[in-house]
Ligand binder design. Structure first.
Ligand SMILES: [Mg+2]
Ligand SMILES: [Zn+2]
Length: 179
């Protein structure tokens, strides 16, 4: 089985822009590539897990969303920091689906597809929902202070609070889980 780091997208590895629908608007956060590269070198699978209700709300199409994700995947791969897979929830809050964070659907899909041992795994994100998702599935959770992180830090109790994505990664690498 594999250990994994589940990673939020907006505000965690790319700038939070609110309903981003075009690759030209993607801004990779400064330490995201280096952080993912270090995690890959340490043997982690990397699964991005992102709520994209802009699809369900009719703000952008699945095709536009997939274009954004292909751009992000290509960018990381070119920089020797391959993301294994992007999981997204396209539903609106009222749809009552099983994948919108903090519901566990995306982690459960990744767990099966990538053969992940959750007791060896971690979550990195900037929102309450990210931390709740991690805690609900028994993975250690790191809050980053990018994106909504500053607003989130008084509202949740992550295992660690990191100023940047790289600092989150360094904490993970210093704190291997016993499983
Ligand atoms: Mg986020
Ligand atoms: Zn969903």
């Amino acid at each position: 089985m594999n250990k994994a780091v589940f990673i939020d997208r907006d505000g965690t590895i790319i700038t939070e822009k609110g309903y981003l629908s075009d690759p030209s608007g993607v801004e990779i956060l400064p330490t995201a590539v280096e952080g993912v590269r270090l995690l890959k070198e340490a043997g982690f699978k990397i699964a991005v897990v992102t709520n994209q209700s802009g699809v369900g709300r009719g703000y952008f199409s699945l095709e536009e969303l997939n274009n954004v994700h292909q751009y992000v995947l290509d960018y990381f791969q070119k920089n020797k920091a391959s993301i294994d897979k992007v999981y997204f929830c396209p539903h609106a809050p009222g749809d009552n689906c099983s994948c919108r964070k903090p519901k566990p659907g995306m982690i459960e899909q990744a767990q099966q597809a990538l053969d992940i041992d959750l007791s060896q795994s971690y979550m990195i994100g900037d929102s309450v929902e990210d931390i709740q998702l991690g805690q609900g599935k028994g993975v250690l959770s790191v809050l980053v202070l990018t994106g909504y992180g500053e607003d989130t830090k008084t509202k949740t109790t992550p295992d660690f609070i990191a100023k940047s994505f790289l600092e989150a990664v360094q904490w993970i690498l210093r704190n291997p889980r016993k499983g």
